[in-house]
Design a protein around this ligand. Structure first.
Ligand code: APR
Length: 244
């Protein structure tokens, strides 16, 4: 196992253009549960009932009361962990250029990374469905649910519900950076949701090395990724940085 930390450090040293692809697992040590697996968000809430755009539009009160207020609460309390901080260290030394994240928690930006592509939008800003006014999470008050704008319109988070399109700019920029990087570090994603899970394939086909960091194997392991370092994001990033 120690060999893998050294190997990853060497791969980082030899790279000039690293892209990070992250999923819910990188924020687990910050207290935000993953979506799938034991203790996952989708074990508690049926995504068809609470996480589709049709569910939200047909009953915004219900979706706000159950899923969105729980998500908002978790995200508000969360702080970046050593997984996020490690990726910022890689940006500071000029190696990591961009992070593509499926997460909506804003923790990469809080850690300091400057180029973060949010594939699924975020929970940090909210838009009024009626007048399109935008506000940030600290302005959302949940004394009345759903939260409403001055114009009486309902606020929605700027994240993507199932059934909505990935923001086109996020998609084309992700494809572009994936095709140009020389190393992709894939952290904490089960790699089952398209098109984000396609980015390592684009990177691999363009000649990049792929390192996975995850306590569990994924469909990428042994096929697309060159190797997987099994473990939690924070612990693994700490050990890799020590070897750098
Ligand atoms: N460190 C790193 N990885 C971890 C950790 C940890 N401490 N704990 C769990 N993991 C891994 C799990 O093994 C799993 O592979 O994180 C992954 C989380 O997988 P998912 O819950 O499926 O999250 P993600 O891949 O981000 O899901 C993609 O699915 O429902 C949608 O929109 C949602 O953006 C989300 C998308």
């Amino acid at each position: 196992m120690d060999e893998l930390f050294k190997k990853a450090a060497l791969d980082i040293k030899q790279s000039k253009n690293i892209v990070g692809l992250t999923g819910a697992g990188i924020s687990v040590e910050s207290g935000i549960p993953p979506f799938r697996g034991k203790g996952g968000v989708w074990e508690k809430f049926d995504p068809m009932e609470y996480a589709t755009i049709d569910a939200f539009m047909s009953n915004p009160s219900k979706v706000w009361k159950v899923l969105l207020s729980a998500m908002k609460d978790m995200i508000e309390k969360a702080k970046p962990n050593d997984g996020h901080n490690g990726l910022f260290e890689l940006e500071k030394i000029g190696k990591l250029k961009t992070i593509i994240t499926q997460n909506v928690d804003g923790l990469h930006q809080m850690a300091g990374n400057t180029d973060v592509i949010e594939f699924h939008g975020n929970f940090v800003s909210y838009t009024c469905l009626k007048c399109k006014n935008k506000i940030t999470y600290n302005e959302i008050k949940l004394d009345t649910v759903p939260p409403r704008c001055k114009c009486s319109g309902i606020y929605r988070p700027d994240c993507i519900f199932f059934g909505e399109m990935i923001p086109p700019e996020a998609l084309w920029r992700s494809k572009e950076v994936s095709s140009k990087c020389d190393l992709m570090i894939v952290i904490g994603t089960s790699a089952v949701v398209q098109p984000a899970s396609f980015m390592p394939i684009i990177a691999k086909n363009s000649g990049a090395k792929i390192i996975e960091i995850n306590p569990e194997r994924t469909p990428l392991s042994g096929k697309i990724s060159d190797y997987i370092i099994t473990g939690g994001a924070g612990e693994v990033m700490r050990k890799i940085l020590k070897e750098l």
